[in-house]
Write a protein that binds this ligand. Structure first.
Ligand SMILES: *Cc1c(COP(=O)(O)O)cnc(C)c1O
Length: 460
């Protein structure tokens, strides 16, 4: 095949949504009214929205066409059949439970398996995963590999689970107290880094040996398959879909938020092998989500997921997807912006504590960058650091998070190359003004999940 250095978006635009442009003066006013917390901005005040890749995908004309053909029957709808067979095809698991999003599948599975004295072990639990486990009374233990902690190591599979640690925990806690081992692919909380097939195979073998349930959190399994294809020996000849299928074949259960790699705005599912587990979870599904052939979804949603799960494995889509994320990361890295490396699948993470060494951690360097990105370029991003994870000691002194990162999550099929080039240019201004950037203090905060609603003020 002929190769070009420009990788084009493998789609053309049929329907457009205006982006509202604004001046720096307008944005300064918007930011002040939002108490310097971008979660409190209106979306129309934002030029480029990198808050999340969840539920923000652009759907294809095929997905919209499928939506028009959806069957909204209460039971046994043809849309359900299409949804069920798309998921059975991917996971190889016979039981499919449709849920309104990922966390609903998590609540059902972990609510059933969890409880006091139980443990779950993961490469890294996503925040809703941890919350559902802890809400049940169980404990969630994270065991990412050591390489994941080194921001500059170019180790290709920083999303791996530490298998030695897993063995140790199994020996220490006793297999019967471990309700499940969860491999999250890609590892969202760990920077969108992939896990290798070798790692999944080893984790699966440990689980099998001890009779522990192996659960795949498959939110970004197509993006993970792309990395395996590119970086793991023995997979260049395999299709992306067959790589994802092979990974599912190693697991006993699969939880997925369709808002990620199923390319839809809402949806999720739980897939299971065991008849007994499926029967118990189906009870909970009917009580809290809906009847078995729609759960938390309408026929339209199920149609869109069925088509999305096909489209996401298209080689030109995945190549565009991962290369455009890498493009942003590598270009701002060249400008001297400290980023988590290698660049993950769905987001670029900037190390704000390193970017702003003059801003002390209790003045939230991550929040400073989030505000600068908005002020200078209308870019909305999210602080993943001491605002999100910081705690207070008995004297109300801040216990900072391990790192102060800012996440730029890239919606799927939404932005073009010139949008990304614009973001790179905004970072040039960020670098030029970095010594004049000051920190922030919190003026109001709620008791839980403060990053969503807290109010801030600049420290001058
Ligand atoms: C988004 C996400 C979830 C939760 O899914 P929702 O659809 O937001 O409820 C679970 N795990 C991972 C890895 C995720 O990224």
């Amino acid at each position: 095949m002929e190769t070009f250095k420009t990788i084009i978006e493998p789609f053309r635009i049929k329907s457009v949504e205006p982006v509202h442009l604004s001046t720096p003066e307008q944005r300064a006013g918007y930011l002040e009214s939002a108490h310097y917390n971008p979660f409190l901005l209106k979306s129309e005040q934002v030029i480029i929205d990198f808050l999340t890749d969840s539920g923000t995908s652009a759907m294809s004309s095929r997905q919209w066409a499928a939506i028009m053909q959806a069957d909204e029957s209460y039971a046994g709808a043809s849309s359900w059949e299409r949804f069920e067979s798309a998921i059975q095809d991917l996971t190889g698991m016979p039981h499919v439970l449709p849920t309104h999003q990922g966390r609903a599948a998590e609540r059902i599975l972990y609510g059933h398996l969890g409880g006091k004295g139980k443990y779950f072990i993961s490469n890294t639990h996503f925040d809703t995963t941890r919350a559902n486990i802890e809400y049940s009374g169980a404990n969630a233990i994270d065991i990412p590999v050591q390489e994941a902690l080194d921001m500059d190591s170019s180790y290709p599979f920083k999303g791996n689970m530490d298998v030695q640690q897993l063995e140790k925990h199994v020996a220490g806690l006793g297999a019967k107290n471990i309700s499940g081992v969860i491999l999250t692919v890609t590892n969202n909380t760990g920077g969108g880094q992939p896990a290798s097939m070798k790692n999944a195979r080893e984790v699966s073998a440990v689980c099998r040996k001890h009779g522990i349930l192996f659960i795949l959190d498959a939110c970004r399994i197509a993006e993970n398959a792309y990395f395996i294809h590119e970086k793991e020996a023995g997979y260049t000849g395999s299709s992306f879909k067959s790589i994802a299928q092979e990974m599912c074949s190693l697991a006993d259960a699969c939880v997925m938020s369709a808002k990620k790699d199923a390319l839809v705005n809402m949806g999720g599912f739980l897939a299971l092998r065991s008849n007994e587990l499926a029967a118990a979870c189906t009870q909970l599904l009917i009580i809290t989500e809906g009847y078995t052939t729609y759960g938390g979804l309408s026929g339209r949603d199920m149609e869109a997921v069925a088509v999305g799960l096909e489209e996401v494995f298209d080689p030109s889509y995945l190549k565009y997807r991962i290369t455009s994320t890498t493009y942003l990361g590598e270009h701002i890295r060249k400008l001297g912006v400290p980023v988590v490396f290698p660049i993950g699948g769905h987001a670029v993470y900037v190390n704000a504590r390193m970017l702003y060494p003059h801003i002390p951690v209790h003045e939230y360097p991550g929040q400073a960058l989030v505000c600068e990105l908005y002020r200078k370029g209308g870019i909305r991003s999210v602080e993943v650091g001491s605002v999100m994870f910081g705690k207070y000691d008995a004297d109300k002194k801040l216990i900072p998070a391990a790192m102060d990162l800012v996440r730029l999550a890239i919606p799927r099929r939404v932005y073009t190359q010139s949008h990304i080039d614009y973001v790179v240019e905004v970072f040039e201004k960020i670098i030029a003004g970095k010594n004049n950037t000051s920190g922030y203090k919190i003026t109001w905060e709620p008791e839980f999940l403060r990053h969503f609603t807290a109010h801030f003020e600049p420290v001058h």
